[in-house]
Design a protein around this ligand. Structure first.
Ligand SMILES: [Zn+2]
Length: 501
């Protein structure tokens, strides 16, 4: 019964979002528009105009934002980062003299077979999730075979996710990885406490064992923006897997999960727990270590990035609207050689009157990741392609319009009605920022926008695999019966020589 209530609730939330979008899109007649609609409309226009300005000055804007908000201490740490970044580049150049900057206007040759993990490279699968409930989940495999789940879909999605893990690990076992149980994952990252990202974990971990940590934003700032039943369920799941919790923000000591079904505490986060998530009390950046210096770095959560708080420098994050929970999403970057993939759950960027947390992070990513200075190769679109996410400033920071091709991946399920939004596609494709790249989506749901540069797996999955230690990556859309829809290959942007547009 609870599942159906949840679906109904999510549908209402979804309808609420859509109402705002329709108003902003439509040339609504005055007679149809009451005062509050007009307010929303003009606010949307303001946001659009503001975004337009940002597009014009893209990367300059990002730098000036970062500069304007930094203290002396930050500048020092930025200098350190820049120095160490330079040092790395020098070391790379010294060790591999042949590895010079690449002319990336030519794309590498694409494989013809379906992509599976190979030893020494990373693999990512945005899993196609069908059915009546919204859900999103991605499977990530490290160069040595670590299996990491980023979100776990809804209650009804655990079977599909378990079968993807079984299929993937079976292929890994047959292709030179250290033998692994097909009933095992190493880490799970839950970006935020909404049913479509979190609820599937409980049933999944009744089928599979987790060897490492369940990483989540922390049981803090649990407001009406979170979903009560989902918070309780995640709490139960963690209690059933003792020793496997990594909360990015520490909350009060929990006495039990049933208490969480009413009156959640709204105590705040005091900054993110740091270091290697498998080592208690470690320091430095928060990350999951992978072989060969590759890692999944957690760069932000709960409004915190680089030791700075969104709420301390901006307004409090929404507490009543579900987008207030989206705004607290965990953000991370997968790093492997030159390759960078960025994910941030349903992080909000100001569209449809959400908190513009993307903008705050965009100005500060440079302090915690070179994604802030080079951009990324693949950006996971927030909130299933809705216009609450993927602001122009966010795009300007991560999908830079500076020559190299870049790609976007969207995790949309059929129940995410009206996804993706046209505005998201338009902003992403503006300024030729993707160059030869594409927007790849698991599906286009009823009412969702389409575009010739949008590649649709029609309910299937989007697969990504690097090659040559991250110098190259392949992206592929497969249908749910495994038929290849399209495969394209690219040089990772960090290794590309600067070029004109
Ligand atoms: Zn979602």
């Amino acid at each position: 019964m609870r599942i159906f209530l949840m679906i109904a609730l999510l549908f209402l939330v979804s309808c609420g979002d859509e109402g705002k979008v329709t108003i902003s899109d439509a040339d609504a007649t005055q007679s149809d528009t009451d005062i509050s609609d007009e307010d929303v409309q003009s606010e949307d226009r303001d946001v659009a105009e503001q975004d337009g300005d940002v597009v014009a000055g893209d990367s300059d804007m990002v730098h000036s934002d970062a500069d304007s908000s930094v203290s002396d201490e930050d500048v020092q740490s930025e200098d350190r980062d820049v120095e160490s970044g330079d040092a790395d580049a020098d070391v790379d150049a010294a060790e591999v003299p042949d590895e010079e900057l690449i002319d990336c206007s030519i794309r590498p040759v694409s494989p013809t077979e379906r992509l599976y993990p190979v030893v020494g490279e990373i693999f990512y699968q945005q899993i196609g999730l069908s059915g009546f409930s919204m859900g999103e989940s991605a499977l990530f495999v490290g160069p040595e075979g670590k299996v990491i789940l980023i979100d776990a879909g809804n209650d009804s999605h655990d079977k599909v996710i378990a079968s993807v893990i079984d299929d993937t690990v079976s292929h890994m076992n047959a292709s030179g990885f250290p033998t692994k149980s097909t009933k095992e994952i190493d880490y799970a990252i839950i970006t935020h406490m909404h049913a479509d990202h979190s609820d599937g974990l409980q049933d999944l971990l009744e089928k599979l064992t987790i060897t490492g940590k369940i990483i989540h934003r922390g049981f803090v700032d649990i407001t009406n923006a979170a979903e009560d039943a989902t918070v309780s369920q995640l709490c139960d799941t963690i209690q059933s897997n003792p020793g496997h919790e990594f909360a990015l923000c520490e909350g009060p000591t929990r006495t039990g999960c049933s208490d969480w079904s009413s009156g959640f505490p709204s105590t705040g986060c005091n900054g993110l727990n740091a270091g290697d998530v498998s080592v208690d009390g470690d320091s430095g950046y928060t990350y999951i270590p992978l072989a060969g210096g590759s890692k999944v770095q957690i760069v932000a959560a709960n409004g915190y990035i680089a030791g700075k708080s969104y709420e301390a420098t901006n307004d409090p994050i929404l507490t009543e609207d579900s987008n207030g929970e989206n705004a607290r999403s965990v953000a991370g970057v997968v790093e492997h050689g030159n390759f960078r993939l960025f994910f941030a759950g349903d992080l909000t960027g100001g569209g449809s009157s959400t908190d513009p947390v993307e903008q705050f992070y965009a100005g500060n990513i440079v302090f915690v990741s070179d994604a802030g200075s080079h951009g990324v190769d693949v950006l996971h679109a927030g909130h299933h392609g809705r216009d609450t996410s993927t602001s122009s400033l966010w795009l300007g920071a991560l999908l830079r319009a500076d020559g190299p091709s870049r790609n976007m991946v969207m995790g949309i399920s059929a129940a995410h009605i009206n996804s993706p939004h046209q505005e998201t596609l338009t902003n992403t494709l503006a300024n030729n920022r993707l160059a030869e790249g594409r927007i790849w989506t698991t599906t286009v749901s009823t009412g969702g926008a389409t575009d010739p540069l949008l590649i649709n797996a029609n309910g299937g999955s989007i697969l990504i695999r690097t090659a040559e230690q991250g110098k190259i990556y392949h992206i592929q859309a497969i249908s749910d019966n495994g038929t290849i829809v399209e495969t394209r290959s690219y040089y990772s942007a960090k290794g590309c020589e600067p070029s004109g547009h």
